[in-house]
Design a protein around this ligand. Structure first.
Ligand code: ZN
Length: 198
């Protein structure tokens, strides 16, 4: 039996397809949304469409940004010869929040996972290797300490080693499987300072 209107069901289905939102939350959100004032709903809808239309990948580091070059890559005061490799834009934001890292980044948009069928060609590795043709002193691999993150770190390490460029891995001590963004700044800095050669 169809308890709700078709429109509500459609909305619930769309919301339930988002990460971290189960069937119950999707229902709760859907009813909340239809009860919201029209202007707020329109503002939310517009924010989603505009973000989708205007956000793009930085030409250098591939993070999500509004500009051709993100603020970090566009900053000449940053050390462009030190590249920190992270899995996603949220991890980049976590390191930026510490305010202590002076290098630039490279965002992979994922991690290698044989179990999920995600291989090296499915993340932005080719672009990282292309950047190494420029003057680079060090590549710091800051992927998560999950199985996927470690697999990715090892793979990248092996790939870069022959180029003679210094490759380091941030210290673990970061909770296993923990997303970098949930870790406090002190732990992040400690992981960065305690990095070791790969
Ligand atoms: Zn950038």
């Amino acid at each position: 039996m169809d308890l709700y209107s078709g429109h509500i069901n459609k909305l619930i289905d769309e919301l339930a397809g988002l990460p971290g939102i189960g069937a119950k939350s999707a229902q709760r959100l859907a009813f909340h949304l239809v009860n919201m004032p029209k202007e707020r709903v329109e503002r939310l809808a517009r924010a989603i469409t505009e973000a989708k239309a205007n956000v793009r990948y930085c030409r250098e580091c591939l993070t999500l940004t509004d500009q051709e070059l993100c603020p970090v890559c566009a900053n000449v005061k940053r050390d462009h010869r030190t590249i920190m490799v992270v899995e996603n834009t949220r991890d980049l934001a976590a390191y930026e929040k510490t305010g202590k890292y002076e290098g630039v980044y490279h965002v992979l948009h994922g991690a290698i996972s044989p179990m999920l069928g995600i291989g090296p060609a499915d993340i932005r590795l080719k672009e990282l290797m292309a950047r190494l043709a420029e003057e680079v002193d060090e590549v710091i691999i800051a992927t998560n300490s999950s199985l996927e993150g470690e697999t990715t770190a090892m793979y990248i390490g092996k790939l870069i080693k022959p180029t003679g460029i210094r490759v380091t891995r941030i210290a673990s001590g970061v909770p296993v499987g923990g997303d970098l963004e949930y870790i406090d700044e002190v732990t992040l800095l400690r992981a960065l300072e305690g990095r070791t050669e790969l």
